[in-house]
Ligand binder design. Sequence first.
Ligand code: PMP
Length: 440
Amino acid sequence: MTAPLRPNNLEAFWMPFTANRQFKQAPRLLVGAKGMYYTDADGREILDGTAGLWCVNAGHAREKIVEAVSSQVAELDYAPAFQMGHPKAFELASRLANMMPSPLDHVFFTNSGSESVDTALKIALAYHRARGKGTKFRLLGRERGYHGVGFGGISVGGISGNRKTFGTLLTGVDHIRHTHDLARNAFSRGEPEYGAEFADDLEKVIALHDASNIAALIVEPVAGSTGVLIPPKGYLKRLREICDKHDILLIFDEVITGFGRLGTPFAVDHFDVIPDMVCTAKGITSGVIPMGAVFASKKIYDAFMDAPENTIELFHGYTYSAHPVACAAALATLDVYAEEGLLTRAAELASYWEDALHGMKGLPHVIDIRNLGLVGAIELEPIAGAPTKRAFSAFLKAFERNLMIRTTGDIIALSPPLIIEKAEIDRIFETLAGVLRDID
Ligand code: PMP
């Protein structure tokens, strides 16, 4: 029996990050997806301008992935990864490690971006302790950082709404500034010129607490969920240098930037900066099955492997770590990426995308536009006294006009599947131009 297209009762599902009462008066129901398009309950085809939630990088319902998932369910539906394993977990870890520059040689599997972040933070703390440096316990994040919704992630994250109602969070956390600088960098194309010196905030925090107390700094190479904030030229390199100087681990949260979003397999490649750990999720399975992975450098892995033999080196893991179905989905996804050159396709389309996006300059309400690879943002002037309202009405109107966009605050964020064609890029911006002209 198939589910009805329109459920009779919307009450029971407590929807995440959603204004439930508002939504339930006028629900948007997605019932199908293929390639670049969703289908809604009215049968409308909706162009996916956001790859779902920044995850469907290979496009929807790709046959090879569908087939891999269904045959894996029939062959080995579930297997624990504690004290045993299945071949695809090892195969996937090796393939992933080979995609990353050395020494990011080891892979720990999770089920989401939030879990990847909390895993990386825990590994950072345990790593220092394993080396007899247990005083290094402080964790650093940034303002406007989004690192998922676990207690670790919201603690190092810098979004007040995600933190303020949840008690004391982790102690021993500090935030350095974000790098978004409208006054100097508005309408920059690619990486902004100004602001590498924001990295020196890290030295200030180190001076305050002493490096002997600091474990790790986590940053999104490009902050996604808080509005596509592109790092200024030289900024990430500078962070790397300061972390090296003070024996502080640098963690990149590549949950959005991983798997081709910037035109290289990872942001690590684009920025030519190698952190000590990389958090991923989303694009690892093109969104088909929940999965995440933390890449850890050889020095981190080796520090744990120096423990006495026959001991569990890290007391951490999930029932579904390296789930066979997720591994099968990921392996098939990596095949699709490789066969179609999708991990570098954003680089091929980047200048077309950039020109089309920056063509929105001068339209009503637009105060900034920014982009890198196949990601982009249009920042709107907020309505006085009603922040977020203007962008949200753009979201509603775009949806009415068969285009899915995402908004955060008064920023429109775009990140289409990497299979997008130029004609669809044109369609996104033609629709958006109309939307911007028609909203208040
Ligand atoms: N980190 C970053 C940078 C993200 O963008 C996200 C999700 N948007 C997360 C972590 C959390 O991922 P998840 O929702 O899969 O837990």
